[in-house]
Ligand binder design. Sequence first.
Ligand code: GLC
Length: 543
Amino acid sequence: MNEAQWWRDAVVYQVYPRSFADADGDGIGDLRGVVDRVPYLADLGVDAVWLSPFYPSALADGGYDIDDHRAVDPRLGTLDDVDALVASLAEHGMRLVVDIVPNHTSDRHVWFREALASPPGSPARARYHFRDGRGASGELPPADWRSGFGGLMWTRTPDGQWYLHIHAAEQPDLNWANEEVRQDFLTTLAFWADRGVAGFRIDVAHLLAKDLPEDLPAEVELAAAAPGRHPFIDRDEVHDVYAEWRALFDRYSPPRTAVAEAWVPAERRGRYACATGLGQAFNFDLLTSNWDAEEFAAVIRRNLELAEQSGSSSTWVLSNHDVVRHTSRYGLPQGTPDDPQLGRQWLLARGRTPRLDAALGERRARAATLLLLALPGSTYLYQGEELGLHEVPDLPDEDRQDPTFLRSDGADAGRDGCRVPLPWTRSSASFGFGAGGAHLPQPAWFGEHSVGAQRADPSSTLHLYRRALRLRRELRVDHEPASVRWHPAPPGVLHLARGGGWHCLTTFSAPAPAPRGTVVLASAPLADDGRVPPGVTVWFRQG
Ligand code: GLC
């Protein structure tokens, strides 16, 4: 494929650096740890690494509260380490994608400190959203908006004004109508692109543009806003920002890529994903889907159509650092999703009462992965899913770090359970994560999921991922969304072909007859007579 289009069917592996590998033994993963594991990633067979934030941060939100967008957290390394990572990945045929967090800074950012030290109405405050409060002496917040992280979206400063933060109070929202803010992010993007970064993952890309009228609507009125008309969600003018970014990306060779994290209705995703915008947008639809053939088929069909309409390629995602690991989601009792983002499974796991069938979850997760890897488009893998890792649901409260836990007084168990440091070895201290312990406690069962344990077992999930990624490269036929051919299949089963005689069959809730062709990979053993039991994906070739 043409070099400029590498991202269209890339397999991108997300590294959450503080929990990946700790080279200096301080209990926190670091960039050297990632560099040391580049051969592991090459052997796994991914095309690119997306690195979650590694910038200086007080970790009020796991690094998504950034003090300086053009520096490295000294606990994680140096700019030289970033260069070393780019170089080492390139040597192994891989690329680096970094996280850009443009919606907010941390409250320790030089701009925010300057804003607090400056009077109301000053240029320094104009980079953020400061407002006077309501009530006789401004003691009431400008609006009753509540943050998804718990608590209000407004915090009062010592001089009485309030500032907006959609997330935690340590994450003040930037004002994207401010020219200096816009210019500064162009500088940041060029800074990383000049260092050889191939692409960017854009954090909450749908929140930047804001239109906050004098009289702010109440929270109940927000829900009724028409698409594109909400004061801060998915406003149409956010795309002016991305058009500017696109012009910058296209000055590089190959052009830099970007993928939007935009929690917007599927039909609005193309605005972010089109060629004049960021180029790609995450499709999170499978995060809210049950293990159900019809739900999967609907999501796949819809997203292939959308990718075709926008001229982008679809992105397939089962897990990331914000959601319950899919191995656990698929082992929990099914039900109608009743949480807008993540479904009932999320609530169950986060409620720490998971009636988890661990083996069932692993079986389905393996099948889901093979199905995704058979689809046109790119796939984003989250560190540890290649080990079949489950969510860690029972972290002690005193160890939890996620602001969603802290700000909700524990009502939401938060996202730490998918951020526990990876197990590399079966038994050594912190399972080989580092010499100095792990910043979140690892459960005893991590040992049997470790890289070391799985390397020794040819039937392990790690080997399945390696084989699948190799075969995907070999069998790669056509990344065009329209290249999928659906075949008739019994209820509860999906069967599709990708051309070149390559077929993919997934049994969700019912068995399927033996595939007519040569099986090249199966996520679990088939019956002696070749029939496919439920919860399996088979890749086979005809002709
Ligand atoms: C995104 C990140 C999440 C973070 C939030 C605020 O959703 O994925 O981890 O908490 O943005 O930056």
